[in-house]
Design a protein. Sequence first.
Length: 314
Amino acid sequence: MNTSSGTPGPWARWAAPAAASVTVVLWASAFVSIRSAGEAYSPGALALGRLLAGAAVLGAVAAVRRIGLPPRGAWPGILLSGVLWFGVYMVVLNWGEREVDAGTAALLVNIGPLLIALLGGTLLGEGLPRPLLAGVAVSFAGAVVVGLSTSGDGGASALGVVLCLLAAGSYAAGVVAQKPALRHAGALQVTTYGCLVGAVVCLPFTGTLLTELRTAPPGATLNMVYLGVFPTALAFTTWAFALSRTTAGRMGATTYAVPALVVLMSWALLGEVPAPLALAGGALCLAGVAVSRRRGPVAAARAEGRTPVPDAAE
């Protein structure tokens, strides 16, 4: 209200980057926890356990804050992001990480920002400029290199590469769906109900989860709970908070730091380091994302008042 006070300006400027930073660190830790918990829990059971833990925390916070049901306009985005991001993404990523190491999985999933730009260009009418198409080609070459690096012991690792790319696709589609929902509802509402939708999608794995809970070591179960409380409940909320204050393309770009953090964490905690060829392929994937975000002269001229093409999912 008081424009003479300089307090609101700095807060508004730093709130979204701070929230995005929390998200990046916690999502990086998720790749390592998934790899560890995946030794005792199957992909669907781990996703369901994670989502139930996250929904319990989010539901408790939502009840205390009395946020109520989201408005009708938010539901299409909540349902779509809940199915694709909270549901499909988590199951497919868990499966993929049984086939490739955590660092390689993070490198592959991080072509998500490029896919966000592609979806925005085709579905939201933002166009497909040459840098975007060039970035697709470079990232595809990187994914092929990663596939070659992991193909030594047969089709299982190739399957892992395909699953991680599918996870990247569902993540990108979830972001594109979530952004419009945040125009109608708050970050906590969108995250809470998206998580609940994802848990409902994963309910067919209930029997498997109950069976595996009886035999899993405590460390694996603690990892599953950690995934639900921190990389899901907290990190998805800080993501939605930041996404509501910037564009989807810019938020996708913040995840460029995730693979580097995952490689360091998995080396320190799991003793895993991606093969040199996998690192080279992952670097190509990220280079493709960077190329896709370059703007030609016309787009650069428009950037003063409009977001660039990779931000098309706004």
